[in-house]
Design a protein around this ligand. Sequence first.
Ligand code: FAD
Length: 345
Amino acid sequence: MLDFKNREHYDVIVAGASFAGLSVVSRITRGKVLLIDRHEIGSHQASACGTTVKMVKDVGCEKSILQTFDTMALHVKEKETDFYMPRYCTINYEKFCKILAEKGSAEFLLADAKGVSGSKVITSKGAFTADIIVDCTGWPAALASSVKKEYGNRDMVSFGLETEIPYKKDKKLRFFIDKDIIKDGVAWLFPCGRTARFGVASYTGDSKLQSNLERFVGSYGLKVGEIHGGFFCYCLKDPIVNNMFVVGCAAGQTLPLSGEGIRRSVYFGLNCGDIIQNVVDGKLTLAQGLEKYRKMALKTDKKYNDLLTLQNSLLKMSNWELNLITEVISIGPITKWIWGKYSRI
Ligand SMILES: Cc1cc2nc3c(=O)[nH]c(=O)nc-3n(C[C@H](O)[C@H](O)[C@H](O)COP(=O)(O)OP(=O)(O)OC[C@H]3O[C@@H](n4cnc5c(N)ncnc54)[C@H](O)[C@@H]3O)c2cc1C
C-alpha cells in the first residue's frame, strides 16, 4: 500500500491501467514503479474484447478466454459470407487485466491523472515525481495533452457502444456492414459462451448511437442491457511528447477499419516496457530509449495509412460493391493471404 504522506520519487510513473499501461508495467521488474488509474484495475470494460488467442497466450492470460473462433461471418445487408480466420477469442476484461497486473511490481494508485509539469505528475491525490513518465490513458491522452493541447483532439476518433446480454451459443465472430443499422460504421456480435456482445461503432466519431444499438439488438428479438463503450483513436501519432512515452490508444495505436486496438496496445506496451527497463538499468539513456520506442512505434505507419484508406473507401461503397468484394476475399487462398498481411501489423 502507498504511504501518501511520504510522496517519494519513482523511477517510472505510468498513467492508465488498461491494455497498454498494464503491458508496460508487466515488463518492468527492477525499479520503483507507480501505476495510476481513476478506476480499480479491470473494473471498467469499454471494449468488445475480441483479440487473438496467440497474444492472450503470449502474455500468459489464457484463463481470461471466454470463447474461441476460427470463422468470421461478414453480413452485408441480409447476405452472410463466412471467412476462415486465425484463432480469435473473446476475453473477460477483468480477468485479463488482473492477471497482467500481477506480472509487474508496480504500486497502484487510484486517482485521476490531471497532467504533467516537468518531472511531476499531478493527480487528484497530489503530485508525484519520476524520471520516466508514460501516458496510457486512452484517446484523450490526459498527460500528453496537458503539455501539447492538440495531442488528444477528436479529429480521428471512432466511437463505439456495446451491450452484453444472454444469447444462444454461436460459433462465429460476426461483423455487419449495413446502413440500416449504422450508416457510417460497422456493427458486431461477439459471442462469449452464454452471452454475446452486441455493438455498433461510428468511424466518424458520432456518439449518439443508442438508438442504432437498440435497433440492432431488437432485430434479434432482444433488448439492450447495460451499455459501455467510448472513443478510440485510429490516427498513429508521434508517441513521444516532451520526453514522455505515449502508448496504446493515447498514441492512436488502434487500427483503422477493424478498430482492433488490444493486440496493438499490448504489443507496443510490452516493447515500451522492455525499453524502459533498459533505461532503468542504465543500459540506455532516456534519450536513446525514447528514440528507440519512437522508431519501433512508427514502423507500421504505412500499414495504418493503408487501413485508413480502406476504412474511408468502405464508407462510400454500395451494398452491391461490398458483396462483390466480400465474395472475392472469401476465396480461401485470398483470405489466407489477407490475414497473413493483417496479422503482421
Ligand atoms: C465499444 C468498443 C469496442 C471495441 N472492441 C474491440 C475489440 O473487440 N478488439 C480490440 O482489439 N479492440 C477493441 N476496441 C478498441 C480497444 O478497446 C482500444 O484500442 C483499447 O482499449 C486501447 O487500450 P489502452 O490501454 O490504450 O486504452 P484504454 O483501454 O482506453 O484504457 C485507458 C485507461 O486509462 C484510464 N484513464 C483514462 N484517463 C485517466 C486519467 N485522467 N487518470 C487516470 N486514469 C485514466 C482509464 O480508466 C483506463 O483504464 C473497442 C473499443 C470500443 C470503444
